[in-house]
Design a protein around this ligand. Sequence first.
Ligand code: ADP
Ligand code: MG
Length: 238
Amino acid sequence: MAVVEFADIHKAFAGQTVIRDLDLHVAEGEWMVLLGPSGCGKSTLLRLLAGLEAVEQGEIRLDGRVVNDLTPQQRNVAMVFQDYALYPNMTVRENLAFPLRMRGMKRARREARIQSVARTLGLEPLLGRRPAALSGGQRQRVAMGRALVRDPAVFLMDEPLSNLDARLRGQIRNEIATLRDRLVTTTLYVTHDQVEAMTLGQRVAVMAGGILQQVDTPMTLYDQPANLFVARFLGSPP
Ligand code: ADP
Ligand code: MG
């Protein structure tokens, strides 16, 4: 079953088309990467799904339900941005508890959720620490944990590694690849980096100029690019 469905999506800013005729399905539990050069409309697509922007045309469905007219809070979507924005004066445990407290979840259930997410992301030894005492990679995992702890229908990451230096980027990319296999949450991960996309995507949706070019497994994209743009962008052999 598709958890996320974009159907015939069109989006413009001040008359300038940014996303055109876009159809995309993300299956339950799938880890989909949205790859494309800067300015091609990736963040806009995530923002449409999260309810931070409105579509001109088309339908967005989450778990089969049309969400076009729902507020971000009503959509059960969680997003991690480039700057992790953890609460500096709270421990990791309190950072994870915060979104659950906001929802009025009782302490016992809260603890169970925190334990479950901490186990998946390997955060158990860090629960008592504050963000300042964590490495970049650990902070990244806490930010992911804080998004996942409320069990969203879909997990969105928008270029989470782009503010890191090359060495750390490679390291955290590999960490995320390991975590990916343990996560059950449907994920849409945005990047302009081909290596990141090919490493992390179970399927990769290649976008250029607001148009989806091809959606396939990394291997198929590389071996059978649908057009010259995809071939060049992925560096496929001629
Ligand atoms: P990407 O994330 O792929 O780099 P974006 O989705 O951020 O691309 O942007 C796609 C295009 O839409 C760009 O040309 C950008 O300038 C434009 N755009 C994005 N957000 C807005 C906005 N709020 N108002 C006007 N133009 C925007
Ligand atoms: Mg962007």
